[in-house]
Design a protein around this ligand. Structure first.
Ligand SMILES: Cc1ncc(COP(=O)(O)O)c(C=O)c1O
Length: 367
């Protein structure tokens, strides 16, 4: 007997990879973990195994912590990079700046987030230098860290050389390099590199490794390649309400995802579907693709009346991310049929929908 009556037709949306459910590998691990008793607060075999698998993935001895979500992972790891009077440089579209409700500032007791520009959602390395040199007096929050997002908020990916160029600047100015990897798996799948090649081998000190968007139910991992930064991080997590008492249920899905490569398969699948969507959209005259599609998101400008019409037909997608446009996000469970159906609806509505319907402010809300 279902617990929820579904009154609307079931369908997969393009609003967010967070709309997707739990992938089979994570689900199976959760189920297996749900036997017997296990030691709480992270001293259990699942958590030890998950951390070891992460070390295997990165081919190095890093410190690993599991927290409930990406905001906590970013905020707490960034807080570990400095003191309250320091600043964190990030891209102007970075999630840490635009979508974390000031959590990095809050959890660091006041580190200031400073925005730097760059094309296609990627930090321009020379902008780091400009920002650092802009002010060096006592009245300005001293730059301490650079945070980059991999894959970026606009669905692009930093290549190895891009990260090296940023690393050169962080080395020059003594800054810590932080990576928001909410979609790290999509970046690895896109670049076809070994995870170490875009992290510790190119100067990344701390990575927030996203699990939720990749197919787990909840929980992201904080990975410290610079192990000094991990000192007392467990206390930071506990104080912030991020130490899960039944930790095995945060860590077990990671075992399911990592032990046979499901994390990369799912990310690669989502990327492939985004490419399919991109390829179909680019053939439509009224649609303008806004950024290179390098991971699992397509950003496109659509005529406002079609945005309204698509939403009235029940499609959900965001129009407030990055620099505007529609964000169409694919997930581990997106199918070719989902993509084809969306594009078919779009093509039909471009012809059929009333062209004088304006896009209201409410239409921009987060769905
Ligand atoms: C780039 C990026 N970083 C981090 C996050 C993590 O956020 P949350 O706290 O919702 O898990 C997200 C989620 O949308 C994101 O897109």
């Amino acid at each position: 007997m279902p617990l929820m009556k579904t009154t609307v037709e079931l369908r997969r949306h393009f609003a967010s990879d967070n709309y997707a459910g739990i992938c089979p590998e994570a689900w199976a691990a959760l189920e297996e973990a749900n036997h017997d008793h296990a030691v709480s607060y992270g001293d259990d075999p699942w958590t030890a195994r998950a951390a070891d698998l992460i070390r295997d993935v990165f081919e190095t001895h890093c410190e690993v912590f599991f927290v409930f979500n990406g905001t906590a992972a970013n905020s707490l790891s960034l807080a570990s990079t400095g003191q309250s009077y320091h600043s964190i440089l990030c891209h102007e579209n970075a999630h840490v700046e635009t979508d974390e409700c000031g959590a990095p500032e809050f959890f660091s007791n006041g580190m200031k987030v400073l925005q730097v520009p760059g094309a296609n959602g990627k930090i321009d390395p020379s902008a780091i230098e400009r920002m650092v040199k802009k002010r060096t007096d006592i009245h300005y929050p001293k730059p301490r860290a650079v945070s980059l997002t991999q894959a970026t908020e606009v669905g692009t990916v930093y290549a190895v050389e891009d990260i090296k160029a940023i690393w050169a600047k962080t080395k020059q100015f003594g800054l810590t390099l932080h990576m928001d990897g909410a979609r790290f798996a999509n970046a690895v799948a896109s670049l076809g590199v070994r995870p170490k090649e875009i992290t510790w081998q190119v100067g990344v000190d701390a990575l927030c490794f996203g699990g939720t968007k990749n197919g787990t139910h909840v929980g992201d991992a904080v990975v410290f390649f610079n192990r000094d930064l991990a000192e007392e991080f467990d206390y930071r997590c506990k104080q912030a309400g991020q130490l899960c008492s039944k930790m095995r249920f945060l860590s077990a899905p990671w075992v399911g995802m990592l032990q046979d490569g499901a994390w990369l398969r799912h990310a690669g699948h989502a990327n492939t579907l985004a490419r399919r969507l991109h390829d179909q959209l680019k053939e439509i005259d009224e649609v303008k693709i806004l950024f290179p599609t390098q991971a699992n998101a397509v950003f496109a400008d659509l005529p406002p009346y079609v945005i309204v019409a698509l939403r009235r037909e029940g499609w959900k997608f965001y129009t407030f991310i990055g620099q505007g446009g529609c964000r169409l996000m694919c997930a581990w469970d997106t199918t070719e049929a989902d993509v084809d159906r969306f594009v078919a609806d779009l093509k039909r509505l471009l012809v059929e929908a009333p062209k004088d319907t304006p896009l209201s402010t409410a239409d921009h809300r987060k769905l």
